[in-house]
Design a protein around this ligand. Structure first.
Ligand SMILES: *[C@@H]1O[C@H](CO)[C@@H](O)[C@H](O)[C@H]1NC(C)=O
Ligand SMILES: *[C@@H]1O[C@H](CO)[C@@H](O)[C@H](O)[C@H]1NC(C)=O
Ligand SMILES: *[C@@H]1O[C@H](CO)[C@@H](O)[C@H](O)[C@H]1NC(C)=O
Length: 339
């Protein structure tokens, strides 16, 4: 009895934290889901069938119907965070959740360029993880999209079900029920950009069947690359994102035909609403890739050159016919830290 009371209190307080963090708009589930998938970097589990997040009614139902999803959500979360940190390792913003230690403002409080990127990233990661879950057999409501030859029962391979991943992501993020307001439109577009970035990674893979590799019959299927391969495109979107102003109409934030026409123009771009705060205060102590990178990352404050030892395999040779033996070489290399 006591434990159940405690846990429901926990849920309520988590929900209310999210509620206060939300930017204005009619997309609380979308905002809460993206935020929790990007924020929670430990392995905490919540009560309920989705486990890695405090789920909405509809999400709970989806997780119950497809028990493999909670594992997929963990994958989506981990690969989104890992890919972000790797890709932005040498950028002024390094995927941290606050811009600087002083302001402590969460990047989810507003829709900054980085926030828009995270919406796309999380949507992309979820789409990718679900599509992969279909081909790996982790999910039961979709299956591998193989190409089968009807007559010979030749099986080519297992395709990733991108369409299912896309549909699932759209449903899970619940923006289909979007209110007719400008913020909803912006978030929707950012999510779509992310999903499409994954779709563009679909590649056809073929296998030949027949005597000694002669291609008498061929089976083909569609596979997604590793999630990281979508990151180049997503980062391009981050750099080319456009800032939009909310149009202040007396009828709340309703979208008039005129506003809609303007919005059509930049359908292919990430959209954000607020200018990113100055990130330079946050880069003290960051490691740069090289001197050139330091010039940007350290914002002109300069950098400290240190030495570190890097060990690697070297002087590799064959011994006893088929064994490769290597030594370990230690090399001193420079590294640069922002002042
Ligand atoms: C494949 O075989 C099934 C019966 O086994 C048949 O109903 C179906 O039409 C066939 N599909 C094609 C594309 O030939
Ligand atoms: C729209 O205008 C009203 C009144 O003029 C103002 O109170 C409100 O802050 C404005 N909203 C935005 C988003 O600019
Ligand atoms: C990002 O940078 C901040 C300092 O600005 C640092 O505290 C944090 O550990 C960095 N995060 C990663 C993932 O490197």
């Amino acid at each position: 009895m006591i434990t159940s009371r405690v846990s429901s209190f926990l849920i309520l307080s988590i929900v209310s934290i999210f509620a206060t963090n939300n930017v204005e708009g009619s997309q609380p589930v979308l905002q809460k889901t993206v935020e929790s998938l990007f924020t929670e970097r430990s392995d905490v589990t919540y009560p309920g069938s989705c486990k890695v997040l405090v789920s909405s009614k509809k999400q709970t139902k989806m997780c119950k119907r497809e028990p493999g999803i909670s594992k997929i959500l963990v994958t989506a979360k981990q690969q989104a965070i890992a890919a972000c940190e790797e890709t932005f390792q040498y950028d002024r913003w390094n995927c941290s959740l606050i811009y600087n230690k002083k302001s402590k403002r969460s990047i989810f409080k507003k829709i900054y360029r980085e926030t828009a990127f995270i919406y796309a990233l999380v949507a992309a990661s979820l789409t990718h993880a679900v599509a992969r879950g279909c081909s790996s057999g982790d999910l039961i409501r979709c299956s591998c999209l193989g190409s089968f030859q009807n007559d010979t029962h030749l099986r080519g391979g297992c395709g990733d079900d991108f369409k299912y991943g896309k549909r699932f992501t759209n449903n899970f993020l619940e923006w289909k029920q979007a209110g007719n307001d400008q913020i909803a439109e912006i978030l929707k577009q950012d999510v779509n950009i992310g999903i499409d970035a994954v779709g563009e990674q679909l590649k056809e893979v073929c296998k030949c069947h027949g005597f000694s590799g002669s291609c008498t019959t061929k089976t083909c299927w569609k596979r997604l690359g590793p999630f990281n391969s979508a990151m180049g495109l997503l980062k391009k979107h981050y750099h080319h994102a456009i800032k939009r102003k909310l149009v202040n109409y007396t009828t709340k934030r309703a979208i008039t035909p005129k506003v809609r026409r303007k919005m059509e123009i930049d359908r292919q771009k990430l959209v954000y609403l607020q200018k990113t705060p100055n990130l330079c205060v946050s880069t003290k102590g960051r490691i740069c890739k090289d001197r050139h990178n330091c010039a940007t990352l350290c914002c002109g404050r300069g950098f400290i050159v240190g030495k570190k030892s890097v060990s690697s395999r070297c002087r590799c040779r064959m011994v006893d016919c088929c064994l490769v033996k290597c030594d370990t070489c230690v090399e001193e290399v420079d590294f640069y830290t922002c002042k």
